[in-house]
Design a protein around this ligand. Structure first.
Ligand code: HEM
Length: 536
């Protein structure tokens, strides 16, 4: 609401000028630029199909922006339910036409049938600053550079074998967390689980990307300082790139030099802080003689391939920023939501503890990754059910159509932003029995009409009712890494401890209010009191 007021009071007069100028051109030329513009209801020049339906109430300048509340995933589902057809609805948010996708068939049309035409990302001035011309993977426009960078990431950095090779580091970080929780358990003190898991995932990611110095390791002051700084920087990225920002809706403002400079000053300052740290990390790695193959971290691997992939230093830094940032928030959000659901559903917690205990060798102090290889179907079903109800990126990452296409009988012009509402897909009562309930069993049996017997996360991108990692060419390449981190921590938290809410709070009172940004997380901290199980 405050954001909309800001638009109206400060930006309105400026926009009016810019848009009046643009509209004169937009009415004469079809938009191929990929930066939006042009009214939603115009028909395509070369197709008789209509545009997807739009809700009434479109306002001058802001379009349908006033219909989108502080939880856009929920507002967009409500709009699509009321005004959409086959889960498709077209909104003009600011100057940009946005195709909102809220049904499995529409998601399949967009992410499989027309995946190629919709495989680019909208241009972002902030991403250009932070990521040196969007030369990372996640926000890079579709094209040869993105193809090469993605190949590097999927083949060398996030492949199943590389993720396996980082196992020891993950187990070591889990051990440090368990020691800390053990102390709290001995003192019968509450643990800030939100902070604990946030720090854990940050440390796992930092260790995998750039080294073994952990925030918890005694004597590694420099490592602690670096990990803390990286966490701050990652949070800064999320704040700058996250949610629905002004320039996302009014890209033509980017052409107003003074205004862009003002809006981007923060991004520039932030990028300078990244540069100092990344340059230091890269220089240290370049000077060391560690082999990329054996126990190399991801910086070692990227540097060893820099020439083969013809990457400049700025491009290396942009790819590394993706590696630090993309997996941190997402994985800690999944872990935290899983703990919340386990507290709210004690029968699920009991069954999960039983599965893990029976598959871990007797007397073993902690669960190892090798113990997770077999017979841990319920653990995976619990994580999947959490991802269904609480996908950390409920609207995936936005795409943009590179050319005109027809989706389910509707014309989608080039330059339309595409928002796939994975949160709505996961909660659609037409796809899921008791859609709002936490029932991991649904992923173990033929049930709910989903025919979904698999607990393989990678199948997620082929089932268009369940898209926490997206699908198609731009699907998340970090599934193995993210799930390995989540599973080993979760298994150990419930294997080693019982968890209760602090005295006086009951499970119905857990506040599930969310905050929307680049990812969606719970607003309130999760405080829980651990009790030692005494294994080993
Ligand atoms: C629970 C963990 C994770 C979740 C739920 C998640 C979710 C997502 C989603 C929804 C997308 C957008 C997909 C689309 O546009 O169709 C994405 C993209 C991406 N993710 Fe993840 N992610 C997770 C972990 C990770 C990790 C650990 C990494 C790397 C260390 C990573 C790296 C990336 C990258 C590089 C992209 C951009 C892919 C592209 O545009 O080609 N993710 N992720």
């Amino acid at each position: 609401m405050a954001q909309q007021l800001l638009y109206l009071i400060f930006i309105f007069p400026l926009l009016l000028l810019v848009l009046l100028r643009r509209r004169r051109f937009a009415s004469r030329t079809p938009n191929k630029s990929g930066d939006g513009g042009g009214p939603c209801r115009q028909r395509s020049h070369d197709d008789d199909n209509p545009l997807p339906p739009s809700p009434p109430g479109e306002l001058p300048i802001i379009g349908h922006l006033h219909l989108v509340g502080s939880h856009p995933h929920a507002s967009l589902r409500a709009i699509a339910d009321m005004h959409g057809a086959d889960g498709l609805v077209l909104l003009r948010l600011g100057e940009v036409p946005n195709l909102v996708v809220c049904s499995p068939s529409a998601a399949e049309a967009v992410l499989r049938t027309h995946d190629h035409a919709m495989a680019s990302r909208p241009h972002s001035v902030v991403a250009d600053i932070l990521l040196s011309g969007s030369s990372d993977v996640a926000l890079a426009p579709y094209g040869e550079y993105w193809r090469q960078a993605r190949k590097l990431v999927t083949t060398h950095l996030l492949s199943a074998s590389k993720v396996r090779s980082l196992r020891q580091g993950r187990e070591e970080e889990v051990r440090l967390v368990l020691a800390e929780v053990g102390e709290a358990a001995a003192a019968r003190a509450a643990v800030d689980v939100t902070e604990l898991l946030g720090a854990f995932v940050n440390d796992v990611v930092c260790r995998a990307v750039s080294g073994r110095l952990s925030a918890f390791s005694a004597g590694h002051q420099e490592g602690r300082r670096r990990n803390r700084m990286l966490r701050e920087l990652i949070e800064g990225n999320a704040a700058l790139l996250g949610g629905f920002t002004l320039l996302d809706h009014f890209p033509s403002l980017a052409k107003v030099g003074a205004l862009t400079r003002m809006l981007c000053a923060r991004a520039t300052r932030h990028k300078k802080r990244w540069d100092v740290l990344l340059d230091q990390i890269i220089d240290e790695h370049a000077a060391s003689s560690r082999s990329a193959e054996e126990d190399g971290d991801l910086v070692d691997v990227v540097l060893s391939l820099q020439q083969e992939y013809c990457l400049s230093r700025e491009q290396v830094k942009a790819i590394l920023m993706d590696m630090y940032a993309a997996g941190t928030d997402t994985s800690s959000i999944v872990l935290e939501h899983t703990m919340v659901e386990l507290i709210r559903n004690p029968h699920v917690m009991t069954r999960l503890q039983a599965e893990i205990t029976s598959n871990t060798p007797k007397g073993q102090k902690m669960v190892k990754e090798e113990d997770l290889m077999n017979n841990m179907a319920y653990l995976k079903a619990v994580v999947k059910e959490t991802l269904r109800l609480h996908p950390p990126a409920p609207l995936l990452l936005p795409r943009i159509t590179m050319e005109h296409c027809d989706v389910n009988g509707y014309t989608i012009p080039a330059g339309t932003r595409v928002i796939v509402n994975a949160w709505a897909l996961g909660r659609d009562p037409r796809s899921w029995d008791k859609a709002d309930e936490f029932m991991p069993d649904r992923f173990l049996h033929h049930s709910c009409g989903t025919n979904n017997t698999s607990v393989d996360y990678l199948k997620a991108g082929r089932d268009f009712k369940f898209l926490p990692f997206g699908a198609g060419r731009r699907m998340c390449p970090g599934v193995n890494f993210g799930m390995a981190t989540v599973e080993i921590m979760l298994a150990n938290l419930v294997y080693c401890f019982d968890w209760n809410l602090p005295a006086g709070i009951n499970k119905q009172e857990i506040d599930m209010t969310e905050v929307f940004g680049l990812t969606v997380r719970r607003k309130e901290k999760l405080l829980l009191v651990p009790k030692n199980h005494g294994h080993g």
